[in-house]
Design a protein around this ligand. Structure first.
Ligand code: FAD
Length: 284
């Protein structure tokens, strides 16, 4: 079974995790997955660290997801800092380990830089990586979509034209950047369908759990906090109520997306279980 084959049959729940940096982080992640595995996610995706910093750990963690939890893994991969030969070797390694689902990404410029500069004989855009992987048989390929447009894109339309390049290059499904305003997602969907993109599009969801994570989210990926959510958060007197409001909002957001007809939901769990568990329980 491949990731894209899951969609359209039943509603697909999925999680994104990252390779922990410390032994305690490993313990925490295992405990979180122990709890969240019970909700029978269709797959769990494992991020690829900035600049390839988690190269081996991403694969090891993906194999553990499959071995220990019996859940299908999706490995993220970026073109950052690798030339074609290195990319070819890595993809061959992924395949040799029986991992057949890959999220093909360009990656971000290194910290402090605003422009992405490809390595000599490397790729400039994720669409080139998608073509490259598509030529190697047997992969289900996911790509990133941006309901509020990618930070570097001149306009949403230009960004959607570029998304179309990834689709035409052979992508099988799209996972979106996290967002908090469903109207942005609906507008994005209308526009991509008009451009002839008919792949499953899975919304990325991350409940707000504290003020620091709102700051990080809005600056790192450009997701906007809608006025209504900002007001509800501003009225919170303590840390617990911020978390409660964030979860409450996420439940409302997910309910609405589900009744709109999304094929699944991809939760950015940040290696923790509590917030997402509360959201999924409320949806059930
Ligand atoms: P692209 O699709 O290549 O787009 C990058 C920019 O170039 C966009 O502005 C696009 O409009 C533009 N563009 C594309 N093609 C062309 C063209 N032909 N001509 C001109 N402009 C073009 N990062 C990580 O480092 N590790 C991860 O594990 C990771 N996981 C992610 C998971 C998801 C679901 C998402 C949404 C993002 C993830 N990211 C991750 C972040 C991602 O790497 C960054 O957002 C990155 O800046 C863009 O990657 P991309 O694959 O969308 O790039």
């Amino acid at each position: 079974m491949k990731v894209h084959e899951l969609y359209g049959k039943e509603f697909v729940l999925s999680y994104e995790i990252f390779p922990p940096k410390t032994p305690q982080g490993e313990i925490n992640l295992r405990a979180a997955l122990g709890e969240l595995a019970a909700y029978r996610p269709g797959f769990i995706s494992v991020t690829y660290g900035a600049g390839g910093s988690t190269r081996d750990k991403t694969l090891e963690l993906a194999l553990r997801i499959r071995g220990e939890f019996g859940i299908m893994p999706l490995v993220h991969f970026t073109c950052v800092g690798a030339n074609r030969t290195e990319i070819e070797r890595y993809i061959a390694e992924v395949k040799s380990r029986g991992l057949t689902n890959i999220l093909a990404l360009r990656g971000d410029p290194p910290q402090g830089e605003t422009r992405f500069v490809p390595p000599a004989d490397g790729f400039s855009y994720a669409s080139e990586l998608v073509s490259f992987i598509r030529a190697i048989n047997g992969f289900s390929i996911g790509v990133a979509g941006y309901p509020e447009k990618h930070l570097e894109a001149a306009s949403l339309d230009a960004d959607i034209d570029n998304l179309k390049r990834k689709v035409d290059a052979g992508a099988n499904f799209i996972i979106t950047q996290l967002f908090y305003n469903n109207n942005d997602f609906y507008e994005f969907m209308n526009r991509i369908r008009r451009k002839g993109i008919n792949l499953p599009v899975v919304p990325g969801i991350m409940p707000v759990t504290n003020r620091a994570n709102i700051e990080k989210v809005t600056t790192m990926c450009g997701a906007k906090i809608p006025g209504e959510l900002a007001q509800r958060l501003a009225a919170c007197g303590n840390v617990d109520s911020v978390c409660d409001v964030g979860i409450e909002y996420s439940v409302e957001q997910c309910r609405e997306l589900k009744s709109w007809g999304v094929p699944g939901m991809h939760f950015y769990i940040l290696n923790k279980s509590q917030a997402v568990k509360r959201v999924i329980d409320a949806l059930a």
